[in-house]
Design a protein around this ligand. Structure first.
Ligand code: SF4
Ligand code: SF4
Length: 467
């Protein structure tokens, strides 16, 4: 490539890098297909799941529903309560460990293929491309002076972005207020203040993050990019440029004919033009790189055109850069083994917790007001508040008993019906004979059992005060 050609190329790259929005060139290839496959998959799940229904007995409810008002999470056949916080902790540990494992194996794969920021930016850029044209047309339009055409195109684009952001916000809020109730309420202008707040906030958030901020989020705001290196080891494979094969770049060799054979890189700059974060992968590992692989797709096409083997840019480890063959097994990678072991242990613990999770729970509170009282029959009575939680979506009948002291018994009724997914709060009195050798505070146990035996009986400790 001539010096004049180089200047043109450098000016073009500077245009991509420094002047306003990055308008990345579209490319094709396996990583681009995988990226769009992930966009489709994640968005079908996100926009579709809130429309799924789940039948329970004679009623139907939304299959995935965060019912904040009643502190419940409905997840298909399960109902989770605040008492299931341990499961939430497992989910968070699983998500973090899974992310660590993937990062240790292949860098920021999550960022490139599944991060909402990447996914929504791709969708917003796709809309922009349909309205304003390819990357060069968009660059030209940005730099053009204000005109009716520019105003029209920008208005259509921002209008479509806003519509898309509003629909995204409706879908998001639809996980908290059943979407089949939310839409009619919206049509009638009868949504509550919290729903209104979240609709406006989430729509504005999507519009700003994916439409306006775009790659700046990955470059400057994302904390994950700053600490991802901690999870890497020398065998972590990330998108890299093969310096040994690529250098010296063709134009440099031409400028200095005495150097060795030219490398495979023809210095076309296309890898940089397709990069959504506007970096040059040939500068080495950079925190802005989201490992999307688009530069691999672009460079492979250049290699095919020049008759060279593809893979000048590919997933490579630090060891491969230094000419060491890739490790064959995982045994030499303690970091990966630790993450994998943590993932396995957490998955097993979570499955076990889910499997053995009781559908009936009880909480006992001694009434603080009066320690004890004596009944007209001469028995000692203590008062308690008993909360019985039916975590199942079926109605049931429960039976309450007490044990721990001779002659200890409930006063009054001992069984109650329970509504599906409900909490029954009872004020109960327990009585024991006044005569006997025991005095002061004595341990006792409450037992709750459902009549159809669908749940294991549960027992809770408490105390009984004797004179
Ligand atoms: S696309 Fe390939 S050949 Fe072109 S500049 Fe990048 S690395 Fe070099
Ligand atoms: S350098 Fe390559 S892999 Fe990294 S963000 Fe840019 S295009 Fe994606």
């Amino acid at each position: 490539m001539s010096q004049a050609g180089n200047k043109v190329r450098e000016a073009k790259v500077a245009l991509y890098r420094k002047q306003g929005t990055i308008h990345a060139k579209t490319t094709r290839g396996r990583f681009n297909s995988l990226r769009w496959g992930m966009v489709w998959l994640t968005q079908i799940i996100f926009y579709g799941t809130c429309w799924l229904s789940w039948r329970v007995g004679d009623t139907t409810r939304q299959a995935v529903w965060f019912d904040i008002a009643h502190e419940k999470l409905y997840l298909f056949g399960w109902v989770f309560w605040p008492q299931d916080a341990l499961l939430l902790a497992f989910v968070l540990i699983l998500a973090a460990t899974g992310l660590f494992l993937v990062t240790a194996l292949a860098g920021r794969l999550f960022c490139g293929f599944a991060c909402p920021q990447t996914v929504y930016t791709s969708l917003f850029v796709w809309i922009e491309t349909q309205i304003e044209g390819d990357h060069l047309a968009r660059l030209k339009l940005d730099q053009a002076p204000a005109s009716p055409r520019k105003l029209l195109l920008k208005s259509i684009k921002h209008g479509l972005w806003l519509l898309f952001a509003v629909w995204t916000a409706i879908s998001f809020v639809g996980y908290f207020t059943p979407i089949r109730e939310l839409l009619p309420a919206l049509a009638e202008g009868a949504v509550g203040p919290w729903e209104s707040f979240w609709l406006i906030f989430y729509a504005a958030f999507t519009y700003v993050q994916a439409g306006l901020a775009r790659e700046a989020v990955c470059q400057h705001m994302c904390p994950y990019s700053r600490f991802q290196g901690v999870m890497f080891d020398a065998a972590t494979r990330t998108v890299s440029y093969d310096v040994l094969r690529g250098e010296p770049r063709s134009h440099r060799q031409a400028a200095s004919p005495r150097t060795a054979q030219p490398g495979a890189c023809i210095d076309c700059g296309i890898c940089e033009q397709v990069c959504p974060t506007g970096i040059d992968i040939r500068d080495g590992l950079q925190y802005q790189c989201i490992n999307c692989g688009l530069c691999i797709d672009a460079c492979d096409q250049v290699m095919l055109k020049t008759g060279a083997a593809p893979g000048l840019i590919r997933f490579m480890s630090e060891e491969e850069h230094q000419g060491t063959p890739p490790r064959s097994g995982m045994r030499q990678r303690p970091r990966v083994l630790i993450y994998a072991a943590l993932l396995l242990v957490t998955t097993l613990l979570m499955a076990w917790t889910l499997q053995t999770r009781p559908t009936l729970r009880a909480e006992i509170l001694r009434d603080r007001g009066a320690l004890l009282r004596e009944s007209p029959e001469g028995r000692i009575e203590n008062a308690y508040t008993v909360k019985i939680l039916n975590l199942a979506e079926q109605p049931r009948r429960v039976h309450l008993t007490v044990s721990g002291l001779p002659g200890l018994a409930l006063v009054g009724r001992s069984d109650w019906p329970l509504e599906p997914s409900s909490i029954l709060v009872l004020s109960v009195t327990v009585a024991a004979p006044a005569e006997g050798p025991l005095r002061g505070s004595q341990p006792i146990r409450f037992h709750v059992q459902d009549d159809d035996g669908s749940s294991e009986p549960i027992s809770e400790n408490s105390t009984f005060i004797l004179p």
